[in-house]
Design a protein around this ligand. Sequence first.
Ligand SMILES: C[S@@+](CC[C@H](N)C(=O)[O-])C[C@H]1O[C@@H](n2cnc3c(N)ncnc32)[C@H](O)[C@@H]1O
Length: 248
Amino acid sequence: MSQQHQAEHLFHGSFAEEYQLLHRICPPAAEMSRRVADFVAHWQSPEPSGPLTLLELGCGTGITTSALLGSRSDIRVFSVDNAPAMLSQARAHLAESISEGRLELRQIDALGALQSLESNSIDIVASAYTLHNFLFGYRHQVLAEIRRVLKPGGVFVNGDRYALDDPAAHLAATQEELRGYFRVFLGEMKRPDLLEQWVVHLFGDESEEHIMRLTPVLEEMALLGFGEVTVHYRDGVNTLVSGVNPWR
Ligand SMILES: C[S@@+](CC[C@H](N)C(=O)[O-])C[C@H]1O[C@@H](n2cnc3c(N)ncnc32)[C@H](O)[C@@H]1O
């Protein structure tokens, strides 16, 4: 498999335009936004000096961005996403924070955004349900760049879909998730068009070149030099992970 993976564009059309249905399709994902924000609310900079800079990767429609902005008053949030159909919704939802100068949104892919930043310049990198969408070679570069841009003592927090390490258990969980899609989209919502898109998307998440299994990716973070790599919460695939750029 190639390590030279590029960013993909997976969020467009009605899949992106109706992403607000997420809380009905996957309630734990919506709940994860609050967990990421809670982590940020309680995190303390080892060297406080003015407002904290927070980079959010893959802000989507702004669900987690909004929770992050509400988590504390001393942060300035810089959120990026490469899908225009998602960002336009975030711009509309978060217009007030943008006009107050607390939030900047930019259409750019996560790796490009990281590469444009200076080393040791960011206090917190936060993300929710974005890294599992990446091809593994691209994700590896993103993780390396996150560590490079974090200040010493800065933290990366990610609430995401981390596949179960046991492939048989993971398959059973995925099959259960698929049954849920059929129940919600065909039963409650009567939206076979969306069912097709969510199933196709799930196939991508589960493919060999995307799947983000928990233990291997925690080991990858440690090899990239992250310290204090910690799993704070795990319920099925829904997992909150953090890692710190150590003091040198
Ligand atoms: C599942 S959504 C999650 C959105 C948001 N974080 C939330 O909590 O609701 C994943 C988002 O990541 C974005 N994304 C996927 N690949 C990306 C990349 N390479 N660079 C930037 N954004 C990306 C998608 O456009 C999408 O908006």
